[in-house]
Design a protein around this ligand. Structure first.
Ligand SMILES: [Zn+2]
Length: 136
């Protein structure tokens, strides 16, 4: 396996924390949804999807493993991200289910790597975090 750290950056909801502005910044850097709680902001620590009962049993769990998938809470989050950031958590989860987490990670790496500088594209900014290049 390539990097467990990278796999751990995929939250139960399908969010790639590695593309999140809170995870990319230098100061008060968020360790990702699966990281230690004391280093996260309150909205992330208290996220009701991450804290959903299903994931207390299985550390590496994803929402698609749940009988309620996709639940209203996830659909709501997905809609917000599709509308605001052109990214779908549910689509991510379906790809993880279909291709497996490692292949998904490979595709994510391609999708979020800046063609100009090789930096990381930030989903919230819609451009490269390092050089500001827009997503084509
Ligand atoms: Zn760049």
């Amino acid at each position: 396996m390539e990097s467990r750290t990278e796999v751990l950056l995929i939250a139960p909801c399908g969010m790639n924390c590695g593309t999140c502005v809170a995870c990319l910044r230098e100061r008060n850097r968020c360790p990702g949804c699966r990281g230690p709680d004391d280093k996260k902001s309150v909205t992330r620590r208290d996220c009701r999807i991450k804290n959903c009962a299903v994931f207390h049993k299985e550390d590496a769990g994803f929402c698609f493993e749940c009988g309620d998938f996709p639940c209203d809470r996830l659909k709501h989050l997905d809609k917000r991200y599709r509308t605001k950031y052109h990214m779908s958590m549910i689509e991510n989860l379906e790809n993880i289910r279909k291709f497996g987490i490692l292949e998904f990670m490979e595709n994510e790496k391609i999708r979020w790597t800046c063609a100009r500088c090789g930096g990381t594209i930030c989903v919230h900014r819609g451009c490269c975090y390092d050089c500001g290049e827009k997503i084509s």
